[in-house]
Write a protein that binds this ligand. Structure first.
Ligand SMILES: Nc1nc2c(c(=O)[nH]1)N[C@H]1C(S)=C(S)[C@@H](COP(=O)(O)O)O[C@H]1N2
Ligand SMILES: [Mo]
Length: 418
C-alpha cells in the first residue's frame, strides 16, 4: 500500500521509524548526541529549559520591545501575555502585548542586508537567494492566525493535576493572534526549483545557536513535511499592518497555520529542501510527548495545536458581590473553529452558554462574554469550556507528559468575591 505522507500522523510515524533505523539524516547534530538527549528526554524530559514552578533565572530577556509588568509576565528569556491585558482589545493581539518566546535573544537584523537562501538536494539547481525586495515582489497573502507555544498552559499540569513537568511555566498567555502578510512558502519553493523528490523542508533561524545540557543543538530549526510546506505556510514580513517587529522574527518569519509555535521559525535565514527525511532536536527529543502511555522514543512529533479557553481577568481578581459584571475571554483550537463556549461560575456545577463576539474561523480564536452577578462572598472558581466544530470539547484533565505540552483541560480561574 502506498504511504500517504500528506497525512500528518502517518508522515510522522514513518519518519520516526526511519530515524530510529538510521535511515533519516540528522540535520546538523551528531547522531550520538541526539540519542543521548533522546534518552534524557524520555527519562525526565530534561530538555525543558528550566523547571515549571521554579523561579525563572533573573537574566534580562534579550528582547527589543518594552515588557511592562501590566502587560507581561517574564519567564526566563520569554514574556507571557497577561490575559487580563487583552480585555477591551479587538480580535487581533496588539503588538505591544503579543507574547515572546525566544530560545536565546532577539537578533537585530536589517531588511536591506537580509537574504533567504533556499538550498538542498531536492532542488533542480544550486542555492537560490531571495532578498527582502524579491520576497515582497511575490504575490502577497494576508491571514489572521494564532501562534501558540506547544507548552502554553503547562503550569496547570502542576497546579491543577499535581504533576511534575519541565519547561517554561506558562499559564495561558503564550498565544497571540495577528494579521500576517507575506509570500506563500510554496511560491518561494517553486521559484527555487523544487523537484518531485522533495520530502522535508527545513527553515532555520538566524538567532544564536542553542546550547543545553552541554550540547550545542545548533540554530533553531524544525522540518516541515513538504505537503504542509506547500499547503498553507507563509513567509511573513508584516504583522498587524506593521513591518514584522524584531522580537517576532523581523524582517521575515515562517507562519504555520494551526501548528505548534516552534514550527513558525522566526528570523528565517535559510531553508533546506531535502529528498531525505530530516531530524533535528526540535522534532526528536523536543516537541513530542514522553511519559505514561507513550512509546520510549516518544509520540510522533507534535503538529496541530489543541483546544483552550482563557478569561480576560487577573487570576485571584477581587469582584464585588451582587453587582453584575461581564466576564470576557477567548477560546481557540488548532483542529477547527471554536463554535461553542460554556462558562461556570460555581466551580463546574452549572454551565451557561457564552455569547460569541467573533465568527468562528480556522486558525484564530473567538472572543466571548457572559454576565455574572455573584450572590455570595468568598472564594469562587470560574471555568470556561470550548467546543470546536469537530465536536471536540475541553476535558476535565489532560493526560500527563513530561515536558508539559498540549494542555487542553478546563482551567479553574480563582476569584475572590467581596
Ligand atoms: N528562530 C527562532 N524561531 C522561533 C523561536 C526561536 O527561539 N528562534 N521560538 C519558537 C517558539 S517555541 C514559539 S512558541 C514561537 C513564538 O513566537 P513569538 O515570539 O513571535 O510569539 O516562535 C518559534 N520560532
Ligand atoms: Mo513554543
Amino acid at each position: 500500500m502506498p504511504l500517504d505522507l500528506s497525512d500528518e500522523s502517518q508522515y510522522d510515524r514513518v519518519r520516526l521509524r526511519q530515524w530510529a533505523r538510521d535511515r533519516a539524516r540528522s540535520a546538523g547534530v551528531d547522531r550520538r548526541d541526539l540519542l543521548k538527549l533522546f534518552a534524557a528526554g524520555a527519562a525526565a524530559g530534561s530538555l525543558g529549559l528550566g523547571a515549571a514552578g521554579t523561579a525563572a533565572a533573573a537574566a534580562l530577556p534579550g528582547t527589543v520591545k518594552p515588557l511592562p509588568p501590566e502587560l507581561f509576565t517574564i519567564r526566563g528569556t520569554n514574556a507571557e501575555t497577561n490575559f487580563a491585558a487583552l480585555r477591551g482589545t479587538g480580535h487581533l493581539t496588539p503588538l505591544d502585548r503579543f507574547f515572546v518566546r525566544n530560545h536565546t535573544v532577539t537578533p537585530r537584523l536589517d531588511a536591506n542586508d537580509w537574504r533567504l537562501t533556499v538550498w538542498g538536494d531536492a532542488l533542480s539547481g544550486g542555492p537560490v537567494e531571495f532578498s527582502y525586495d524579491r520576497l515582497r515582489a511575490l504575490p502577497a497573502v494576508e491571514r489572521t492566525l494564532f501562534i501558540e507555544c506547544a507548552g502554553n498552559g503547562r503550569s496547570f499540569y502542576t497546579t491543577q493535576q499535581g504533576q511534575q513537568v519541565s519547561g517554561t511555566a506558562w499559564t495561558l498567555g503564550a498565544i497571540g493572534v495577528a494579521r500576517w502578510r507575506g509570500a506563500r512558502l510554496s511560491d518561494v519553493l517553486r521559484q527555487a526549483g523544487l523537484t518531485r523528490g522533495a520530502v522535508d523542508v527545513l527553515p532555520r533561524g538566524l538567532d544564536d545557536e542553542v546550547v543545553t545540557n552541554g550540547v550545542n543543538l545548533g540554530r533553531v530549526r524544525r522540518p516541515l513535511p513538504v505537503s504542509k510546506a506547500l499547503d498553507d505556510v507563509i513567509l511573513a514580513y508584516e504583522m498587524n499592518g506593521e513591518p514584522l517587529p524584531p522580537d517576532h522574527g523581523g524582517p521575515v518569519r515562517v507562519v504555520v497555520t494551526n501548528w505548534i509555535g516552534i514550527s513558525s521559525i522566526k528570523w528565517v535565514g535559510d531553508i533546506e529542501v531535502s529528498g531525505q527525511p530530516l531530524y533535528t532536536p526540535w522534532n526528536t527529543d523536543l516537541y513530542r510527548l514522553f511519559g505514561p502511555g507513550q512509546p520510549p522514543e516518544g509520540s510522533a512529533p507534535l503538529t496541530r495545536q489543541t483546544i483552550k479557553s482563557a478569561f480576560e481577568l487577573e487570576p485571584g481578581a477581587t469582584v464585588p458581590v451582587r453587582r453584575t459584571r461581564l466576564l470576557t475571554g477567548r477560546s481557540w483550537s488548532g483542529a477547527a473553529p471554536v463554535h461553542r463556549v460554556e462558562v461556570s461560575t460555581d466551580g463546574g456545577d452549572h454551565w451557561q452558554r457564552a455569547r460569541l463576539h467573533d465568527v468562528p474561523r480556522r486558525g484564530s480564536w473567538v472572543r466571548w462574554s457572559v454576565p455574572w452577578t455573584p450572590r455570595a462572598t468568598g472564594p469562587a472558581a470560574l471555568l470556561a469550556r470550548a467546543t470546536d466544530t469537530t465536536g471536540r470539547t475541553q476535558p476535565a484533565t489532560t493526560a500527563h507528559n513530561t515536558q508539559g505540552y498540549l494542555f487542553d483541560a478546563v482551567v479553574r480561574h480563582p476569584v475572590s468575591v467581596v
